[in-house]
Write a protein that binds this ligand. Structure first.
Ligand SMILES: O=C(CO)COP(=O)(O)O
Length: 142
């Protein structure tokens, strides 16, 4: 089962909630991990269990970063707010950095988040149609 980390700054929480609501069927069988306030709002909206870590400014971003370093996270959806400054900006940067270091898909806006979902659905279909998909993919990646 895929584990997806979700984080949104206050100015982007409504955007994330509307986006995840639109994809609620997709997320129904996924494990969700989130920073404190984001996670609480998502679990209320979807009526689905979410592992809620500390709030971002209190270390939640760092906790998600640690899970990425432990290879526990498959994707990061992080709607950070480019129009407001954050007291914990170094943590925000560190989280995005770890997502890049560990080469996990990371989406910071709706366009990319939709892209990741569509790509994942396409891969599932493709895997069904092409049985040696993994071998094919391994040959052409990296
Ligand atoms: O600040 C955040 C990410 O940097 C988000 O934290 P909350 O989900 O607790 O609001």
């Amino acid at each position: 089962m895929k584990t997806i980390a979700l984080v949104a700054h206050d100015g982007k929480k409504a955007v994330l909630l509307d986006w995840i609501d639109r994809h609620r069927l997709f997320f129904a069988d996924k494990k969700l991990v989130a920073t404190g306030t984001t996670g609480k709002l998502i679990s209320e909206r979807l009526q689905q269990q979410v592992q809620c870590l500390a709030s971002g400014p209190l270390g939640g971003d760092q906790q998600i970063g640690a899970l990425i370093a432990e290879q526990q996270i498959d994707w990061l959806i992080f709607f950070w707010d480019p129009l407001s400054s954050q007291p914990h900006d170094p943590d925000v940067k560190a989280l995005i950095r770890l997502a890049v270091v560990w080469n996990i898909p990371v989406a910071c806006n709706i366009a990319t988040a939709d892209f990741i979902i569509h790509s994942s659905l396409y891969q599932q279909d493709y895997q069904r149609q092409v049985p040696d998909f993994k071998a094919h993919n391994d040959r052409f990646s990296g």
